[in-house]
Design a protein around this ligand. Structure first.
Ligand code: ASP
Ligand code: MG
Length: 722
């Protein structure tokens, strides 16, 4: 005899039930089988809600929804008379549910699912019998009366020697008074173990939606793997301390009856899953898993590490503490527990981080790779980058198996280098105590100290720093930059830099130079890499201009000068905002876009029509603001005129295929009128939009925030990790 148990997600709908049916039929061909099933997924929750519902109309509605789900399954699995009989059988149960006492409602889910399964097996010509768990599984004073239960089960299967396949609802039982009750949420696993022990089964398989017990919850630790073999005790400890895959009370009946049981994946039936037994094939001292649970009432979480035949508790405890401290997590007390279980308490906010850190230490034998990083520039972006590296270190390590270590940092006057790492929270102080950065001393020091493969990050606005990029590449460093200047140099110089990177096997990434962290350049590059199909690139990528111009859309409350001053105050513009107004910054971005698309565009190839005439540019800043005020009525008039025809003006950089133009593409930067059919019409504030049109697909529209230090830092980290 063998027992196969299926969880709610394994029987969630007709497709999944069909997979279950295949698994069961194959198993029943080998041995007599008892199938224990949960209710279809979500059903128990729905039944609890129905039991608690006071409003009769709403109750009826909820019952109807559940009935429809079951009917849908019946319609898919059965035809003809069988379908009619199935539907009638279900409807009889649903009628009982409608009249049921509130606390009895929850017990119906397993009846529905197992009636469907039992009928289906019978249709497949297997000698099948449905067993009423309510009569067999008995509780006394809230606990299962095991002796009585086992005797009932054994008698039931012995009374039906010709039956090949029994189907029994999990979860439900009846108490000393014969009243129907349950074994607690998740209790079907436990039912299955009781059936296995009672029927003296030789095997128990618990089929669920993950490949067995895992070294950690894969939702928390993506690197978690399934545990092939584990002892009853270790499995029990994991289950009791947060491993949801197994309902803890399941272990005892199986263990006492000496039945090895496996936990397997319905969606991957070939996967062996986890075998839980008294004599697991594990080496002494092997680690099994790490789990956690939140004790809401105490405002703390307990992380639990479990091994088999652990040799030294002291050294394991020390490793746990070191792993937490490495991750910057302060435990709430020492390591407790006994034998092969280790517990440590942490604040709930760092619960997942703690599980990740311990999992890394004990289960991810592939050590986390350190990425050494040297950061030039500690302005708004540099500052945020350092902060974000500190915030995300754990997550990056867990998700990517790598960790960014800041080994050098500089602002315009000072720098610090420390190969052991500069902690983000110490950055400010380390710079203050740092060395004099004058005369390119930081880069000299980086070249002298950096390990091969380190990443140099340029988040400065420095006009000359790119002159040293080639040296950095030759020194074995990679470069990530958000500084546009190196990329808008004359094409030959730009090409030489890229060649230098290639020759030294280094990477040179600058995705944040256009559209901040928006994936514009990578999208263009992937198009250009695979074909020459780019027809046009159009971009509204000046945060300053977008800010001013969209400030005029609709409302028109503030003057141009006010908007511009505000943009300047918010740090959107260059020191002299006219650099932006004149289109110079957009020009750099267009050069980068074009070059990424494989077009060797030069600044001179681009026709720029600034938003304002030349008289605004060849004067001091004060005079400029006066002229701007004088120009205002004209601008308003033009806006009104456009508004009347539902158009807006946008400062658009474009590159369009044109065989008559220098490199086969015409490049322009100018004001354009756009209507509601253009994505440019719909931007607000500093949003950026880029539209890439290629031959082979509909235009790709990339729209999103074009500014913000948090996003810039995110984009830089993406470039570092890519
Ligand atoms: N259906 C019950 C629950 O959801 C029992 C089980 O699925 O194991 O808790
Ligand atoms: Mg369940």
């Amino acid at each position: 005899m063998q027992v196969l148990k299926f969880g709610g997600s394994s029987v969630a709908d007709a497709t999944r039930m069909s997979q279950v049916i295949d698994i069961v039929l194959a198993a029943a061909a080998k041995d007599r089988t008892i199938v224990v099933s949960s209710a279809i997924s979500g059903c128990t929750d729905a039944l609890i809600a129905i039991g608690a519902e006071q409003d009769p109309a709403s109750r009826a509605q909820q019952i109807e929804a559940l009935r429809r789900r079951h009917h849908a399954i019946a319609r898919r699995l059965f035809t003809g008379d069988e379908r009619r009989e199935m539907v009638t059988e279900l409807d009889t149960l649903f009628a009982e549910l409608a009249d049921a006492e509130p606390e009895a409602c929850v017990t119906f889910g397993e009846l529905f699912s197992t009636r469907i399964l039992a009928r289906k097996f019978a249709c497949e010509d297997v000698a099948t019998q449905w067993l009423d768990s309510r009569k067999l599984v008995r509780t006394l004073g809230g606990v299962v009366a095991e002796g009585l239960t086992y005797a009932n089960i054994l008698a039931a299967v012995q009374a039906a020697p010709d039956v090949r396949l029994f189907v029994a609802p999990g979860f439900i039982a009846s108490d000393g008074d014969g009243k129907v009750t349950t074994l607690g949420r998740g209790g079907s696993d436990y039912s299955a173990a009781l059936f296995a022990a009672g029927a003296r089964a030789s095997a128990l398989e618990i089929w669920t939606d993950v490949p067995g017990m895992m070294t950690a919850n894969p939702k928390v630790v993506p690197a978690a793997v399934s545990i092939p073999d584990i002892s009853y005790n270790a499995a029990l400890t994991l289950a009791e301390n947060g491993a949801k895959v197994l309902y803890a009370p399941t272990v005892k009946p199986a263990m006492e009856a000496g039945i090895a049981f496996s936990i397997r994946n319905t969606f991957d039936p070939r996967h062996p899953g986890t075998l839980v037994s008294g004599r697991p094939a594990v080496k002494e001292g092997e680690w099994m898993g790490v789990t956690s649970r939140t004790l809401a009432d105490k405002g703390e979480s307990v992380v639990c590490l479990v091994g088999e035949a652990v040799a030294s508790r002291a050294s394991a405890s020390a490793r746990m503490l070191a792993a937490l401290s490495e991750a910057g997590i302060q435990p709430l007390g020492g390591v407790t527990g006994e034998g092969d279980a280790f517990f440590i308490r942490v604040r709930p906010t760092v619960e997942n981080a703690a599980v990740g850190a311990i999992h890394r230490e004990f289960f991810e034998h592939r050590a986390v790779t350190v990425i050494p990083v040297f950061i030039a520039g500690y302005g708004a972006v540099g500052h945020e980058l350092v902060r974000l590296i500190g915030l995300s270190a754990d997550r990056i390590a867990t998700r990517r198996g790598r960790t960014i270590r800041i080994m050098g940092l500089s602002n315009s006057t000072r720098f610090a280098i420390d190969l052991r790492g500069i902690r983000p929270e110490d950055a400010e102080a380390r710079l203050a105590d740092g060395e004099n950065a004058a005369g390119g001393a930081f880069i000299d020091a980086v070249l002298a100290a950096a390990p091969r493969g380190a990443v140099f990050v340029d988040c400065t606005n420095d006009h000359h720093i790119h002159e040293r990029y080639a040296e950095l590449f030759r020194g074995g460093l990679n470069i990530v930059t958000s500084n546009r200047r190196s990329l808008s140099l004359p094409f030959v110089q730009y090409a030489a830099l890229k060649a230098e990177a290639r020759q030294n096997g280094a990477f040179f990434r600058y995705d944040t130079t256009v559209g901040n962290s928006l994936p514009i350049l990578e999208s263009i590059a992937s198009d250009a890499n695979c074909s020459d199909s780019i027809v046009s690139i159009e971009a509204v990528v000046s945060c300053t201009l977008n800010y001013i111009i969209t400030g005029y859309d609709g409302a028109k409350r503030d003057s141009l000068a006010t908007l511009l001053r505000r943009a300047q105050d918010e740090g959107l513009t260059e020191a002299d905002p006219r650099t932006d107004l004149g289109g110079k910054d957009v020009l750099r971005k267009l050069l980068i876009l074009a070059r990424e698309a494989g077009v060797p565009l030069e600044a001179d190839d681009v026709e720029i029509v600034p938003m304002l005439g030349p008289e605004f540019f060849d004067c001091p800043l004060d005079a400029f603001y006066e002229r701007l005020a004088a120009y205002e009525p004209q601008f308003i008039a033009r806006e009104a005129e456009l508004d009347a025809v539902d158009q807006r003006q946008r400062f658009v950089a474009s590159l369009r295929r044109d065989s008559a133009a220098p490199h086969g593409y015409r490049a322009e930067i100018k004001m354009q009128r756009v209507g509601p059919d253009s994505p440019f019409y719909w931007i607000s504030g500093t949003e950026n939009v880029t539209v890439v049109t290629s031959e082979y697909s509909a235009p790709l529209v990339i729209k999103g925030a074009g500014e913000g230090v948090r996003l810039a830092a995110t984009g830089i980290i993406k470039d570092i990790l890519m």
